[in-house]
Design a binder for this molecule. Structure first.
Ligand SMILES: [Zn+2]
Length: 284
């Protein structure tokens, strides 16, 4: 499929799998976030995936264009990804009209058959437009930023059968449920089923890239263990943005432009540190 050679998300993640490092897929809510993340990627010569939630498309409709322009003008590979897209018609609209390189088609709130059917239909629609597709297998518990939570559904861990079904549906990236949660972990911290993660990676056998959601509170050594297990795409939100929030809370009395400039500096540094943890520094 020729489009894959021109798809930045696919190219970034295939290179990461060959080189055995992780790539941060970081959520942005504003232009300062985009600025800091792109700056960090260029400073560290690291690939990067910038993610938006579907809620941002309504809240700040210009954000995806800012992200896309920043990515295109960057000196390192940066792609734009839509996280947890749960609305069938919205996905068609986004794939037709907006500058995304990849979309997570999250139909996990439907029962299995309907989930797979809708995922495959939308995957065909996206691929026809040169857009790569990620899907979630099993159910990752919790909710964030307008994403329908699945707390009321039984948490289901991904198994080998799930993997085959989603591979049959033609997805490019798979986000398994291996004990990872959306939102904060309890006092024990993240408890991942690493054997299951390794088995899922083996089962993929190079047919799709492995994605990890729910990385709040992840210590660096757990990130490295996940990379060793085959994960290439790390969805991050709070993990990277926390230092920026802390800076803002402590400095809210300062003038806006100073808050923006210093906030971008704080966030750039935080991002660079995580790029080093991922092993993506120096890879672009
Ligand atoms: Zn997620």
């Amino acid at each position: 499929m020729a489009w894959r050679k021109n798809n930045t998300t696919v190219q970034i993640l295939e290179a990461a799998e060959r080189g055995q490092y992780g790539v941060l897929a970081a959520i942005v809510y504003n232009v300062e976030h985009i600025t800091a993340f792109v700056r960090a990627a260029e400073n560290r010569r690291s690939p990067l995936i910038i993610q938006l939630f579907p809620s941002s498309l309504d809240q700040t409709p210009s954000l995806v264009y800012a992200a896309s322009a920043a990515a295109k003008n960057a000196s390192v590979p940066i792609s734009i990804h839509l996280d947890h897209a749960q609305n069938f018609d919205q996905i068609k609209h986004v794939a037709s009209k907006l500058p995304f390189d990849s979309i997570m088609i999250d139909m996990s709130h439907y029962e299995r058959e309907e989930n797979l059917g809708k995922t495959e239909t939308l995957r065909e629609f996206c691929h026809a437009r040169g857009i790569a597709v990620e899907a979630e297998t099993g159910r990752i518990e919790g909710g964030e930023d307008g994403i329908m939570g699945t707390e009321d559904l039984e948490g289901i861990l991904t198994n080998a059968e799930d993997v085959e079904q989603f591979i049959s549906a033609g997805v490019d990236c798979l986000a398994p449920s291996v004990g990872n949660l959306h939102g904060d972990y309890g006092p024990q911290g993240p408890q991942l089923d690493m054997d299951r993660l390794r088995q899922i990676y083996q089962a993929l056998a190079g047919r799709a890239r492995l994605v990890l959601h729910g990385t709040n509170d992840f210590p660096p050594e757990l990130c490295r263990a996940c990379i060793a297990a085959g994960v290439t795409k790390f969805n991050v939100n709070k993990l990277v943005l926390d230092p920026w929030h802390e800076y803002l809370r402590a400095n809210v009395h300062k003038p806006l432009t100073q808050l923006m400039t210093e906030g971008i500096d704080v966030l750039t540094q935080a991002m660079e540190g995580w790029m080093d943890v991922m092993g993506s520094s120096g890879k672009a």
